[in-house]
Design a binder for this molecule. Structure first.
Ligand code: ADP
Length: 634
């Protein structure tokens, strides 16, 4: 160590990452090479970008390339690029201080899925540090493209500290990474092994990669080639390169547009949704090229967030090469390309939905959760409406889906609204009392099971001429024009005039029992099998929506409810008898409380179930007495 050598410690987060990389990952180690080559390629992109802007630079005429050298006997490997290089300070910040955005997520995932870290490591760009999976020592020698900066050397064993020293010797522009391999990693200094790793992970890097003297990669802009000349294998390979996915994509969208603006797009829809990337907001976007030159990785203005599952590349002749990333959004050509990219995706999905509904449903199951969030994008509103899917009472099981168009085609005569009901799962919804009137009339109801569904429906508001209507708040009188399917259910003996009067007095009694917890207690004509249910006022929010809002919004109070009672239910008929004998009988209080709290429980808004359970147990105890008596077993 010389006088000018300085020691530094890695930041805590990086230490954690290093610890995992060095001690617990033994498979997929080859991806370290992909990471270093991709860093080299980024450094070359940055240099080309500066050069296009006319920035003064060191070693101006050096070819832009990546070179890999190796020595199997010495267990030694180097990766050299002629990119932008790093200064002393950049070395400290870039390598050692800032962990890239996905690091924390990666560390968390590895900790959670201990057993099989190798499965996820391939999907993450874990960056430079992955080199310590194979190295016991790494030396970086780098010279910045800035003329007056000295060359610097960085050295570490990846255990906790690194050293930096400024060099007096002259180095060419760029970065050389020297890797001293661990004894069990000598394979990474073998020619055939290196060649196959480069071909597998880095074949589409847009700078030549030399393995000693031989150029290994293809270096072609696949998106610029005519569709007919590209094989499925080439598309798959390019997709895997781009996305780090190990599976082939679900769909490939390749299009070339000439007028009014020239651009090529090559887009992919992954087979599987990357749910764990969902929190990692940095990880989406399309790569933007201008005349085959990469301007920006993962540009986020080319795609709305709800299409963030789409991966790919956009390349245009009509943007200036020296365009700055900051001013892209103000560029009219760019914004036109962006909106055209979205419509390309919408058109593709619309075709898919029409020509192959089964495969569209597969798409929906993987990516629907994100796609749905497009409800607030009005530029593609009509197309969006045709593409969303729901489960419904018409579907045979929980996996079947329906479009709004199909729902509309099955609407009954006299039906003016599209009905929906919210719930946590299909079975729960099916036994919801609010469904009874719809079953009785044979009307289809959309099942909104994902919490976001109700936001979608509330904000799209209408499909064609039909408003969406919650089953919890539908006005049953408005449905009286629609015939019942099963007339037998309505053959229950009618109440006598007097009993009907008593029934309405009973309702007033119930209202006084529930007092400020309900706005009204009314006769129900929507129920068939249940004694009672809670109904929201017409403009009210559904119970599920209120619950979500209460969780996010402090101020949201309980909405007043309307309690509906079914005069044809056995329990209610008996209650009328009790009421006639003694209108102040405690039994009426107990039953009213019990029915009301059960209804609250069913819609998920009962805060404390204790009294309900005590009351229930008490009444079981009483009925057991009667049972013993009736059975004459005492
Ligand atoms: P990432 O590349 O994803 O940002 P890394 O940990 O691989 O994460 O690298 C950290 C940073 O170090 C890079 O962003 C870049 O600024 C710098 N860097 C790494 N390799 C090189 C290189 N070969 N040339 C210039 N800079 C580099």
């Amino acid at each position: 160590m010389t006088d000018s050598t300085k020691k530094y410690e890695f930041k805590a987060e990086i230490k954690k990452l290093l610890d995992i990389l060095v001690h617990s990952l033994y498979t997929s180690r080859e991806i370290f090479l992909r990471e270093l080559i991709s860093n080299a390629s980024d450094a070359l992109d940055k240099l080309r970008f500066e050069s296009n802007r006319g920035t003064e630079m060191f070693d101006k005429d050096l070819a832009l390339e990546i070179k890999i050298e190796f020595d199997e006997k010495k267990k030694f490997l180097t990766i050299t690029d002629t990119g932008i290089g790093m200064t002393h300070d950049e070395l400290i910040t870039n390598i050692g201080t800032i962990a890239k955005s996905g690091t924390e997520e990666f560390v968390r995932l590895i900790a959670e899925t201990k057993a099989d870290a190798s499965n996820i490591i391939g999907k993450f760009g874990v960056g430079f540090y992955s080199v310590f999976m194979v190295a016991h020592e790494v030396i970086i020698k780098t010279k910045s493209f800035r003329n007056d900066e000295k060359a610097v050397e960085w050295k570490s064993d990846g255990l906790g500290e690194y050293e930096i020293i400024e060099l007096d010797e002259k180095l060419p522009r760029g970065t050389k990474v020297e890797i001293y391999l661990k004894d069990d990693a000598v394979e990474f200094a073998e020619k055939w092994r290196l060649e196959s790793i480069i071909k597998k992970h880095s074949n589409f890097i847009s700078y030549p990669i030399f393995l000693e003297k031989d150029k290994i990669n293809t270096v072609s802009a696949l998106w610029r080639e005519p569709k007919s000349s590209i094989t499925k294998e080439q598309y798959d390979e390019f997709y895997k390169f781009l996305s780090y996915d190990s599976e082939a994509p679900m769909d490939v969208i390749h299009k070339s547009v000439d007028a009014p603006i020239q651009f090529n797009v090559l887009l992919f829809i992954p087979k599987k949704s990357n749910d764990f990337f969902w929190q990692d907001r940095e990880n989406y976007g399309l790569d933007l090229y201008v005349r085959r030159v990469l301007i920006q990785h993962k540009n986020k203005e080319l795609l709305p967030e709800y299409l963030s599952f789409v991966k790919g590349v956009v390349d245009s002749e009509d943007l200036p090469l020296n365009i700055s990333r900051e001013t892209l959004q103000e560029n009219v050509v760019f914004t036109k390309i962006a909106s055209s990219v979205s419509s390309t995706i919408f058109n593709y999905l619309a075709d898919k939905a029409k020509s192959d509904p089964a495969s569209y449903n597969d798409f929906w199951k993987e990516h629907g959760k994100i796609f749905k969030l497009g409800y607030s994008d009005f530029s593609n509103h009509d197309k969006y409406l045709e593409l969303i899917r729901f489960n419904s009472s018409f579907c045979k099981d929980k996996d079947e889906l329906t479009s709004l168009a199909d729902y509309a085609s099955r609407m009954k005569e006299g039906q003016k609204e599209i009905y929906f009901i919210t719930g946590t799962n299909r079975e729960a919804i099916k036994s919801d009392p609010h469904m009874e009137i719809f079953k009785n009339k044979g009307l289809e109801v959309l099942y909104l099971i994902d919490p976001i569904d109700e936001f979608v429906v509330q904000s799209i508001h209408k499909y064609k001429d039909y408003d969406f209507k919650s089953a919890e708040s539908v006005d049953s009188k408005k449905m009286s024009d629609i015939k019942n399917v099963d007339e037998k259910k309505n053959e229950i003996e009618e109440l006598s005039k007097d009993d009907e009067k008593q029934f309405f007095s009973l309702l007033s009694k119930m209202e006084s029992i529930l007092s400020d917890r309900v706005e009204d207690v009314v006769k129900s004509d929507r129920l068939v099998d249940s004694a009672s249910c809670i109904v929201s006022k017409d403009e009210g929010l559904s119970a599920a929506m209120q619950k979500i809002l209460r969780m996010t919004n402090k101020e949201m109070g309980q909405q007043k409810k309307i309690f509906e009672v079914n005069p044809n239910h056995k329990l209610v008929r008996n209650l009328i008898k009790v009421f006639k004998a003694d209108s102040n009988d405690d039994f009426i209080v107990n039953v009213t409380e019990q029915l009301f709290e059960s209804a609250l429980l069913q819609e998920g808004s009962l805060d404390d179930p204790h009294t309900l359970i005590q009351r229930l147990n008490k009444s079981l105890e009483q009925s057991s007495d009667w049972y013993v008596e009736v059975k004459k077993i005492n």
